[in-house]
Design a binder for this molecule. Structure first.
Ligand code: ARG
Length: 459
């Protein structure tokens, strides 16, 4: 039954219903709607609108509905109601008659939906943070299992300088820690309560908005009723948090897809997160990682869609804003699944440390070390860089690594090069020399790894 019967003579068309109804998706906010209504009924009682008996009947009915919603016992599909708010109101009227008809006093679906959706977002911030911590834990465990492993670091996807594999893991830990702190910031900023703002102008009933906010776990009420009912920044911010984090997951996926390729061969992915080919028996495809990369499209799309939806809306509430939900609900689902599957992929990694080492020793990734060595011999870096470049050309022409060139060949390029160059060209030398804060040496990486493991409980 429509909530606005009095003014209308004709029914809504079925196509209008299809476009207008939000119950098929806003049912995810059922428990939040019921909780908001419980607190609203208490506020109405304190304001003298409901008797104590009426309020306790409403609260009992809402509590029962909430349990039913939690247990998946409510049949939303069979309901003729437009949205979750009218669904709950209809259920109360069916149970309590006129008492149910009193609950919406002084309230609008505009402040109601804004409150429900904030409660829903806030709850998901909690579970998404746990998912992010799960990925961080998997990265740290993977790093701990392979503390000695060294692989090539890349720029422009060209072998650049060798790095510890654990350093690579810790780089993603930094990104996911930022994602966590972005969610914490969002929670702080969005934790204000719209209820009591009415349709747009505030309510005439003397409800205690401070107390409503407190009882719903908000830190304060929203300060302007027009803004309270028409603000969807909290959804946009959630979508941005998700998009940024999905971008991080996608870059990690891309690295791992490459590391797993036949060409790199640095690692193998577990059977549980890969699939085979219907035709080619030898194939083991990195589907989980490709889907993490692929799902970025719809998540970024939802952020863009809501920005575009909001940008032209006059104050205050407009029905366009109902479009805030499907993209956000989908995004939270996808982000959650991608974080969980990313953890599974990391836990399944089988690193081929020998192959990583082999690749790190090839590709002249120690050329910077040679240039730095020449700096130590009193040669300006730019000149040293030039000489090292010539040595690389000599090695390429000889078809070997720099350290495989005889001293005579090295001295033919620069006579300042001596026997003491060979230890400098060893793989561990260049890696461990970078023991500056944030660098890739064994010492700094181990220290950072233990620090992160220690901090894990505090995240
Ligand atoms: N289903 C609506 C939404 O999600 C609830 C608010 C409806 N308000 C209204 N004035 N029609 O936005």
């Amino acid at each position: 039954m429509a909530l606005w019967g009095g003014r209308f003579a004709a029914d809504s068309s079925s196509m209008f219903r299809q476009v207008n109804d939000s119950l098929p998706f806003d049912q995810v906010m059922a428990t939040q709607d019921m909780q908001g209504s419980i607190i609203w009924s208490r506020a109405l009682k304190k304001a003298g609108v409901l008797t104590a008996d009426e309020q306790s009947q409403l609260e009992a009915a809402l509590t029962t509905l909430k349990t039913q919603a939690e247990n998946g016992e409510l049949d939303f599909a069979a309901s003729p109601e437009e949205d979750i708010h009218s669904f709950v109101e209809a259920a109360l009227i069916e149970k309590l008659g006129d008492i149910g008809r009193k609950l919406h006093t002084g309230r609008s679906r505009n402040d109601q939906v804004a409150t429900d959706f904030r409660l829903w977002v806030r709850e998901h911030i909690g579970s998404l943070k746990a998912d992010l911590i799960g990925v961080i834990r998997s990265l740290l465990n993977t790093a701990s299992r392979h503390q000695q492993a060294i692989l090539p670091g890349y720029t422009h996807l060209q072998r650049a300088q060798p790095i510890h594999f654990a350093h690579w893991c810790l780089a993603y830990v930094e990104m996911f820690k930022r994602d966590l702190s972005r969610l914490s910031d969002l929670k702080k900023r969005m934790n204000q309560c719209p209820l009591g703002s009415g349709a747009l102008a505030g309510t005439t009933y003397p409800v205690d908005r401070e107390n409503i906010a407190k009882e719903l776990g908000f830190s304060s009420p929203c300060l302007n009723s027009l803004d309270a009912v028409s603000d969807r920044d909290f959804v946009l911010e959630l979508l941005f948090c998700a998009s940024t984090s999905m971008m991080h997951l996608s870059r990690m996926a891309e690295d791992l897809i490459f590391y797993n390729s036949g060409e790199a061969g640095f690692l193998q992915l577990g059977d549980s997160v890969t699939s085979g080919s219907s035709l080619m028996p030898q194939k083991k495809n990195p589907d989980a990682l490709e889907l993490i990369r692929g799902k970025c499209g719809r998540v970024f799309g939802s952020l863009q869609a809501l920005l575009v939806t909001m940008k032209g809306l006059p104050l205050a509430y407009n029905k366009d804003m109902q479009e805030d939900k499907e993209g956000a609900i989908d995004t939270v689902n996808q982000w959650h699944c991608c974080l969980c599957i990313a953890s599974e992929v990391l836990d399944s990694l089988d690193i081929n440390e020998a192959r990583c080492r082999e690749a790190a020793t090839q590709g002249y990734a120690n050329a910077t070390e040679l240039a730095d060595y020449l700096v130590g011999k009193g040669i300006p870096f730019r000149t040293g860089h030039d000489i090292a470049g010539q040595v690389v050309v000599a090695a390429i022409n000889a078809g070997c690594a720099i350290e495989d060139l005889p001293l005579s060949a090295l001295q033919a390029v620069c006579e300042k090069i001596d026997d003491d160059v060979y230890p400098v060209l060893q793989l561990e030398y260049g890696v461990n020399k970078r023991n500056i804060l944030g660098g890739t040496s064994a010492e700094t990486v181990t220290k950072a790894l233990y620090q992160e493991l220690e901090n894990l409980d505090k995240l």
